[in-house]
Ligand binder design. Sequence first.
Ligand SMILES: C[S@@+](CC[C@H](N)C(=O)[O-])C[C@H]1O[C@@H](n2cnc3c(N)ncnc32)[C@H](O)[C@@H]1O
Length: 263
Amino acid sequence: MSEEEACEGRSRKKDAIMPTTRNCSTPTEQDTQQTPTYWSGSAINENKGMVDNLRRYGIITSIKVGEVMETIDRALFVPGGLQPYVDSPMPIGYNATISAPHMHATCLQLLEENLQPGMRALDVGSGTGYLTACFALMVGPQGRAIGVEHIPELVSFSIENIKKSAAAQPLKDGSLSVHGGDGREGWPEFAPYDAIHVGAAAPEIPQPLIDQLKPGGRMVIPVGNIFQDLKVVDKNSDGSISIRTESSVRYVPLTSREAQLRG
Ligand SMILES: C[S@@+](CC[C@H](N)C(=O)[O-])C[C@H]1O[C@@H](n2cnc3c(N)ncnc32)[C@H](O)[C@@H]1O
């Protein structure tokens, strides 16, 4: 994987304090690309401090999103030895990353109306399980949060992470589940979904994901190769689709398992 693909973050944010541009670093690779973050360094050493920073920078404006991100401790999802509260993606192995806190917050905010109690959410490329856990708390015990991840080791890793977190109960009672599979096919078993989040960049929007979106549903998906946009896809009540661009972003690719592991 190129360093560019290993980085992830937003490169433009409207109506907020602008992020600083810094190198996206991993412990194993030399920094060569630039990606924006809102803060760096290790001064923040608790989850609440991270969430307060996201509020301060105007990324979190929703009370509910702030509460959920305070409840799900990001440190439980970031591999040991890394700084969990820095605003940066972190490597999780298998050429994948946990997304930066500002991207998790942005996607939760964009999907908030479609993550109301009782609703169904699909998290494609669920990785560490962090966002799937947040979705489970948003939709509550009457709703459903489904993660789909194509690296079996990450499926196991995410389940262990979730068990340690405030989303352990939804996992136990079945309102949260993580499945191994190719997320480009969605997860038809529990479709249609009110909310779909895709955590990796697709060259184009996969049709099965559009098909599995409920009328009134919303999908947030990074689209593109080197230059990527975070797209907000709304399915209208008549089944037609409206798409807008939220911001420029940089994510790892939504691809086959073989291609990802080849790097
Ligand atoms: C940037 S990571 C984000 C993970 C997650 N949102 C998080 O923050 O922990 C993207 C994830 O998508 C997964 N992925 C890529 N292509 C996939 C596919 N076709 N089907 C399922 N998962 C895929 C990767 O293995 C990786 O875990």
